[in-house]
Design a protein around this ligand. Structure first.
Ligand code: PEP
Ligand code: MG
Length: 850
């Protein structure tokens, strides 16, 4: 069909049947104020969006709710089904075309579920707009009811080349890199705001993401760039008003272009609750001159003397004569740095240290960041020396990251400084030397670099404190893996302490005590010696079963995160795995692990655990405080009450199915069981089981046992019902406590009150055990209280069958159980249930077991 009528007007035909609604009446200002373009809306009666003209598909949004057709004359028609439907993430939409396809009027473009939209979207009103308004004149809208593929909805006259050319001469100005804060990326609304403002400038303005770029004045071009939350973009303008345009547009982009749910990076004061939860616990300021506070980053006591660590600045010259030479120097340094990191990774993998290897793999990825490289190379092109250009690029990015309200991102700034410094040293010809520290040193630094930390010698470093970072920084993770006590986020006065000052560092308590008396030091050393002797004694008997004095056996198993942990189970007396937190396999990467990768990982763990010991694999438990960049969860007001645990898997069944298939295949190699996290309702359990059954049947493998995490009060209360449908329970006391007390487990102020021994939590545990046992099912505990000396007698007394604890705690928990008597534990448990507070519970346990 030709979309041209007798008067050279272009006719646009209804893509849907329904009632026409003028744009002005649409309840979304970007459409009603025609920021996206001019056109009309349709209140649809059917669920097949058809092409309103002949042309080519130039853009199909990844959420399948919007599509653009470009006509022969260059005019682009955007169709946007419903309002705010980007948040449906493709659910309810099924595209029938792909980008590049040629279509004619009436070709089905997207099928959608109108009922689903009616109940899940703000509105089903579908917008049909000309986005290239500069190419058209005098648009005339129709009105009333229209039939898809038959009636015109609007007409316009093409301008015929009268386009106003942008002013391309004049200065070229680039913005700093901007991390897009919009939860749903640059979808139609923010794209329209950006394009609308960009159009008010004469300069040519481009939005760059990696190697791709879009015309910032075109909504569809911006949408086609597929900019997701967290992506780095740069705006580049060339023309008479370039500087002005960049200043305005970068500010708008940083603030989310008016999108709901965006928190501008520069506004930490208005951080959302989840950001507060992810923030490091703000250190208290101590009033005592000899006591400093920090964030507990790695537990343990360290006695030693202060040694201040300072990183020397590398001097660089700013300008260079020959950009070609600088470019060569830069690529050679990048290649060498990648080589160094690759070698470091292989060394750590060979030494069976995948956690550390993953940190350096993440560093290698930072070097692949196209924006970072682009900024450096464009600066070299402007006559800067390679070391100067590179230093400016990575420090700028690091500062931006450090300013992010999300602390998980902010703490990656230190990684960028580390890897940036590595390349800079190569560029400047400075040799990286292994630092030498005095014996018994407690290091103090603004920040230690992960590569420095990984090589610390436990024999001579008693601990370290940094004034930056938090418990989730890579430095803290490395400290924990090395067993070095550490504090992060210290009071800044720590940096002024003279070298040699004697100190006691309490990595678990978050304190640094200065100038302790000889008696205090001796006391700590005595405690350390006694603890070490006890540890050795427990270890020597770790392989013996945990049987109470009156003959009641409790299974003591391990909480693990991967193969390396699995390899330690046997030596520490673990009787299997009560919780494999599979999320570690999904972290520190840019995409989800494939089925094959997961299968290999689970198989290796199953083979290590052995055929006769249980291996309980928990499906991916993210959301809340655990984020994955490639599995973004839209900003939520209450993330801990939002998409978490099994809800994420049910929302993205392909992720859950892939994981279940990998686990089922690995089940041939061990005594594998599957556990679903954060189950709140029977419907969730049934849905997850249905997927598992389908995959089991498809693979033709034997069924595996299925358990649930009891982490939500509703699940504990309904234990009798759940016991009919699950083979076992494992109580996640960390979450059960936060949900029972309605206190965020990571909240800086509330965390100390989130006590798993609160009698309310104990009552729910008792209820879970009763319900499970009545249904003939066993119950374990895999949250933190399973290894708490005050909790163990109560849990045994309440009838818990299995305790799943962190690896180092296994020998001590087994030793404690061997010292208990079941009948006494039952009495203690009854008394605990009648207590008023957690503190009272601890007191009665201490009294009864002393
Ligand atoms: C828990 O909530 O107690 C638990 C074991 O799960 P996680 O700590 O991994 O959330
Ligand atoms: Mg949990």
């Amino acid at each position: 069909m030709f979309n041209q009528d007798d008067h050279s007007r272009t006719v646009i035909i209804a893509p849907l049947s329904g009632e026409l609604v003028p744009l002005e009446r649409v309840s979304d200002p970007v459409f009603s104020q025609k920021m996206v373009g001019d056109g009309i809306a349709i209140d649809p009666l059917d669920g097949v969006l058809r092409s309103p003209c002949d042309g080519k598909i130039t853009q199909l949004h990844s959420a399948s709710h919007a599509v653009t057709v470009q006509m022969m004359n260059g005019v682009e028609i955007l169709m946007h089904i419903g309002l705010d439907t980007v948040s449906l993430k493709g659910q309810g939409f099924s595209p029938k075309v792909k980008e590049g396809d040629q279509v004619t009027t009436g070709t089905p473009l997207i099928e959608f579920d109108l009922d689903y939209l009616a109940t899940n979207a703000k509105s089903a009103l579908t917008l049909v707009v000309v986005t290239t308004t500069e190419k058209i004149d005098s648009l005339t809208q129709a009105s009333g009811m229209v039939a898809a593929g038959q009636n015109p909805i609007f007409t316009f006259i093409c301008k015929g080349g009268a386009e106003t050319a942008p002013s391309a001469s004049g200065e070229r100005v680039a913005s700093d890199a901007i991390l897009v804060p919009n939860p749903a990326g640059l979808h139609a609304r923010p794209a329209a705001v950006l394009a609308n403002v960009a159009r008010s400038y004469r300069s040519d303005i481009r939005l760059h993401r990696g190697e791709n770029q879009a015309n910032a004045k075109s909504v569809t071009s911006i949408m086609a760039l597929d900019v997701r939350q967290g992506a780095r973009v740069i705006v580049i303008a060339q023309g008479v008003d370039a500087a002005e345009a960049i200043a305005k547009l970068s500010g708008l982009l940083q603030q989310g272009l008016g999108d709901e749910g965006c928190k501008p990076a520069a506004a930490p004061a208005s951080a959302t609750k989840d950001e507060v939860a992810a923030a490091p616990t703000r250190p208290r300021q101590s009033d005592e001159p000899n006591l400093l506070f920090g964030v507990a980053a790695s537990p343990g006591l360290g006695v030693g003397n202060i040694f201040q660590v300072r990183h020397g600045e590398i001097a660089v010259t700013e300008n260079a004569d020959n950009p070609d030479d600088e470019r060569k120097l830069f690529s050679a340094a990048m290649e060498r740095a990648k080589g160094q990191l690759g070698a470091l990774q292989s060394q750590l993998q060979a030494g069976n240290d995948p956690a550390k290897a993953a940190i350096f793999a993440a560093h290698s990825e930072l070097l692949e960041d196209p924006e970072l490289v682009d900024i450096a190379t464009s600066s070299i092109a402007k006559g800067k020396s390679a070391p100067f250009a590179w230093r400016s690029a990575f420090t700028l990015h690091a500062e931006r990251l450090a300013g992010m309200p999300n602390q998980l991102l902010a703490q990656r700034a230190n990684d960028l400084r580390d890897v940036g410094g590595r390349v800079l040293e190569l560029l400047a010809g400075v040799e990286r030397k292994k630092p030498v520290y005095p014996a018994e040193a407690v290091l103090i630094a603004e920040d230690l670099l992960p590569s420095d930390t990984a090589s610390l010698d436990r024999q001579c470093i008693m601990g370290f404190c940094t004034t930056r970072g938090g418990a989730t920084s890579h430095v803290a993770i490395l400290a924990r893996s090395l067993g070095i006590p550490a504090l992060a986020g210290m009071e800044p006065r720590a940096l002024d302490l003279p070298n040699g000052t004697p100190v006691i560092l309490d990595g678990g308590g978050g304190t640094l005590r200065l100038n302790p008396s000889t008696a205090e030091i001796e006391h700590v050393r005595r405690e350390q010696r006694a603890a070490e002797a006890k540890r050795q004694e427990n270890l020597a008997r770790a392989h013996e079963p945990a049987i109470t004095l009156d003959g009641h056996r409790i299974e003591v198993v391990a909480n693990i995160g991967g193969l390396r942990d699995a390899q330690q189970i046997e030596g520490l007396g673990g009787e299997g795995v009560g919780l494999l937190r599979t999320e570690f396999l999904f972290m520190e990467r840019s995409s989800a692990p494939s089925e094959e990768e997961q299968f290999e990982a689970y198989k290796a763990i199953a083979q290590t655990v052995g055929p006769n010991r249980p291996l309980i694999i928990r499906t991916l438990d993210v959301g809340g405080d655990k984020a994955l960049a490639y599995l973004p969860i839209p900003a939520e007001d209450n993330p801990f009450l939002g998409e978490r645990g099994i809800r994420v898997g049910l929302d993205r069944p392909e992720v859950l199915r892939t994981q279940l298939r990998a686990i089922l295949r690995a089940s041939a190699f061990g005594k594998v069981m599957i556990m679903f996290p954060m189950i709140a309702t029977l419907a969730e359990l049934r849905d997850a089981k249905a997927i598992l059954c389908e995959e089991t049947a498809r693979l033709g493998v034997p069924a595996v046992r299925i358990g649930i995490m009891v982490e939500i009060p509703a699940t504990a209360v309904m234990a009798p019902q759940f016991a009919k449908e699950a083979d076992f329970f494992s109580i996640g006391s960390n979450d059960l406590t936060q949900y029972t007390l309605a206190m965020d487990r990571g909240h800086p102020k509330l965390a100390p009150h989130v006590d798993g021994l609160n009698p309310a939590v104990l009552a729910l545990i008792a209820q879970s055990v009763k319900g499970a046992h009545a249904g003939g099912k066993w119950v374990g505990v895999c949250g933190g209280i399973a290894a708490d000396v005050h909790a163990v007698p109560i849990l045994v007394g309440l009838g818990i069958d299995e305790l799943s604890v962190s690896l180092p705690a296994i020998p001590a928990v087994k030793a404690q159980i061997r010292s208990l008597r079941l009948t006494v534990c039952q009495q203690i448990a009854q008394k605990a249930l009648d207590c008023d507070t957690g503190a009272e519970v601890r007191a009665i346990v201490s009294k009864a077991t002393e």
